[in-house]
Design a protein around this ligand. Structure first.
Ligand SMILES: [Zn+2]
Length: 78
């Protein structure tokens, strides 16, 4: 994968729902945030759009990222 294409290579992932760019290392937890909220989301990850339908989450279709611990949730309910 090549960096660049006119954008900021440090933020090469785009969330179409939020209309915001994310660092590749941070987009995983950003997607998990949408998952926890039960929101559908489309992310452009450099190799094309990835559609995630969490509003009707079906068991067995989770990816490796969905198996990660939700440590990012700490202190988010204040
Ligand atoms: Zn988003």
């Amino acid at each position: 994968m090549t960096a660049g294409r006119g954008g900021d290579p440090a933020r090469s992932c785009w969330c179409r729902r939020c209309q915001r760019a994310h660092h590749p290392r941070g987009v995983g937890r950003h997607r998990a945030m949408h998952r926890d909220r039960g929101e559908d989301v489309t992310l452009d990850l450099g190799d094309g759009p990835h559609h995630y339908t969490y509003s009707r989450l079906i068991r067995g279709q989770t990816s490796i990222y969905d198996l990660l611990p939700a440590s990012y949730q700490q202190g988010d309910t204040a």
